[in-house]
Ligand binder design. Sequence first.
Ligand code: ZN
Length: 317
Amino acid sequence: MQVKSIAGHELTPGKTVKDHIHVEGTELHVPHVLLCGEQPGPTVLISAGIHNAEYVGIQAAIELSNELDVSALHGNVILLPLANRSGFENRTMSMVYEDGKNLNRVFPGDREGSEADKLAHMLFEVFIRNVDAYIDLHSGDGYEALIPYAYYLGDTPAEETAKAMIACVNTKYYVRSRCRTGGAYNLASVHGVPSVLIERGQLSLFSREEIEADKADVRNILRCLGVLPGEAMRYPKTQLLEYSDDAPCTGCWYPEKKVGEVFRRGEKLGEIRDYFGRSLFVEYAPDDGVLLHQCASLNIIEKGPMVTYGVPTDDII
Ligand SMILES: [Zn+2]
């Protein structure tokens, strides 16, 4: 795809744009950076802050927007360092401030919907569907412990390229997802845009080490796509089938395992108790697996996230 313009800006070789785009029918404005390479090549989108309390990717995207040099780029890099800006400025722990919705559950959005729907619609129509590849940066939210890993969507036209991209991510595990709705990278993949989602960082914390690791992964994928010069590194990793168990009731949560721990079928993963210390529910491992992320706050909410684990397959990249 040879894109001529994005968000009303012509992609002229050597040009850099730093601007906000207004989301029609709302008070929302989304910061974006366009880095137009001096050489021709693909257009790659990098987003962060779809979940606004996932800070590692947000900071990595801000730094990349200042560090990537248009004279070295073959193609264009578009960065959305903070997709959910109003959530960030109101410290919502990742919901869109105006309507309380999880932005990464409402794609492709709706022009006639509430703020999150309108925002998702704009992000998809203006940015996501017009690029050749997409990297979405996430972390564990304020209540989420998490180990680094990455996703791509299986059974899509762009699967081979997405697989080559995920091989460049420096994590031990990856998930070949089966979820085709709601999320930005999922929708992009269904529309033929090879996409990966990288998870790194937890509990709304951010460290220099994690920010550098995110930046290194993005640069490595850009090498793999030919946007940056040089040979891309490939990191062997194990494919996991992902399963999530939501909390069956509200109460106090006592996890038994740490993220990254490997467990056997039938082992206790955690317990929910009431405010008198009485047991309400015990979570046992339904299979052998590895804990990818879990609720790390004392409070747990009915139908909200509790544990997400991966069951290793024989597929290794
Ligand atoms: Zn997220």
